[in-house]
Design a protein. Structure first.
Length: 169
């Protein structure tokens, strides 16, 4: 019986360690993403709502938004774009979170391991042409948040992966 309990605890520990991939799931769209390179400047806007299916803290945590903005600035400037109060492009940021239930699989499920609740964070970056309002790019990332807050490294990785399809100037 003691050996079975040790195996059960080991399975639970391994299941918990493997739940987060360490890399955000990223999806991007933008039939007109190649046209972004004809613009030089951008400005930021905060979306009014959280991404669909996610809730937003009211107001969003300033330190998270500041980190996202710094990382987006770094990525876009690396590609040759410059921030400006009246930029030709509007980069709109949206964040949110939700509780997801992670069902055990494999051996953990076989021994009756309980489902685990995790907090999943989402980041959306949309790029619009300021004059027309036409959306040129949409990027979405979600990842498990460990502990009480999202880590700066998670934000940086998500921003980098989301914006990797944005062309350099």
């Amino acid at each position: 019986m003691r050996a079975q309990r040790c195996i059960f605890v080991l399975v639970l520990a391994l299941a918990g360690c493997g739940a987060a991939s360490g890399s955000p799931v990223v999806k991007t769209t933008g039939a007109e993403v190649s046209s972004i390179s004809r613009y030089t400047t951008y400005t930021f806007a905060l979306a009014e709502h959280a991404p669909e299916g996610y809730a937003r803290r009211m107001p969003p945590r300033p330190e998270v938004l500041e980190q996202v903005q710094r990382d987006v600035d770094a990525e876009l400037q690396r590609r040759g774009y410059q921030p400006s109060p009246n930029g030709e492009l509007v980069v709109r940021i949206s964040t949110g979170s939700r509780i997801v239930e992670d069902q055990p699989t494999g051996g953990a499920a076989a021994v009756g391991a309980p489902a685990m609740e995790e907090t999943e964070g989402a980041l959306v970056i949309d790029i619009f042409e300021r004059d027309s309002g036409r959306q040129l790019f949409h990027g979405f990332a979600h990842d498990v948040i460990r502990g009480e807050k999202v880590q700066n490294a998670q934000i940086a990785k998500a921003v980098s992966k989301i914006l990797e399809k944005v062309p350099a100037r």
